[in-house]
Design a protein. Structure first.
Length: 181
C-alpha cells in the first residue's frame, strides 16, 4: 500500500499507530488471556498457564519480535498522547490479569495469603520479558524461563501443593494432569 493510501485510510500516523496497537492487543488477549479465563479455573494453575501461554505466544512468533508491547512500552511509556495511553492500558490489563490470578490462588490457599499479588505480577512479568530478551539475543527456548517461573511459584505456594510438583516442567504438568479438579 502506498503512503497516500495509508493516509487516506487512517488520516494521520497516530491513528495508524493506534490501530496497530489495538490489533496487537486483540491478538495477544485472544491468544493468551482469553483462553485461560475460559478454560482454567482460578488457582495456581491459572497463574502458571498465563505465563506458559505468554511464552508460547512469543515462541510461536504470533507477532514479529514476540511480545509486541515490550518495545512499544519502552518507546511510548513516558510520552503523552493516545498512543502512549493505549500502550500503558494494554500493559496494565496484562499485569491486572496476572495479579487477579495470583489473588485467586491466594483465596484458594494455593499461594500464601501474605504474598503481595501486585508485586508478584510484576516479578512474573519481569521473568517473561527477560525470557523474551534471551530468545531474541540467543534464539534459546524458554525451558529456563519456565523453570524460573516454577521456582517463583514454589516460593509462594502453600503446602497444599506438593513440593516435588515444582521439580521440573514435566513434574508440574504431571501434577496438573493428575490433581483432583
Amino acid at each position: 500500500m502506498s503512503k497516500s493510501g495509508l493516509f487516506v485510510h487512517f488520516g494521520a500516523k497516530e491513528k495508524l499507530e493506534v490501530a496497530v496497537i489495538a490489533r496487537a492487543a486483540d491478538i495477544f488477549f485472544e491468544q493468551v488471556v482469553g483462553p485461560v479465563e475460559e478454560e482454567v479455573k482460578a488457582g495456581i494453575e491459572r497463574v502458571w498457564t498465563l505465563c506458559d501461554y505468554w511464552l508460547e505466544f512469543v515462541e510461536n512468533q504470533i507477532l514479529p519480535g514476540g511480545y509486541f508491547f515490550t518495545g512499544a512500552f519502552f518507546v511510548h511509556a513516558r510520552q503523552d498522547g493516545s498512543v502512549s495511553r493505549q500502550v500503558r492500558e494494554v500493559v496494565g490489563e496484562w499485569l491486572k490479569a496476572l495479579r487477579q490470578a495470583v489473588d485467586g490462588a491466594r483465596h484458594l490457599s494455593e499461594i500464601r495469603m501474605p504474598v503481595n499479588a501486585k508485586r508478584t505480577a510484576f516479578e512474573l512479568n519481569s521473568l517473561l520479558i527477560g525470557a523474551q530478551w534471551s530468545r531474541l539475543l540467543d534464539h534459546l527456548d524458554h525451558s529456563k524461563a519456565r523453570s524460573a517461573i516454577l521456582a517463583k511459584l514454589k516460593s509462594l505456594a502453600t503446602e497444599k501443593i506438593p513440593a516435588d510438583a515444582f521439580d521440573s516442567v514435566m513434574a508440574w504438568r504431571h501434577y496438573l494432569g493428575t490433581r483432583p479438579k
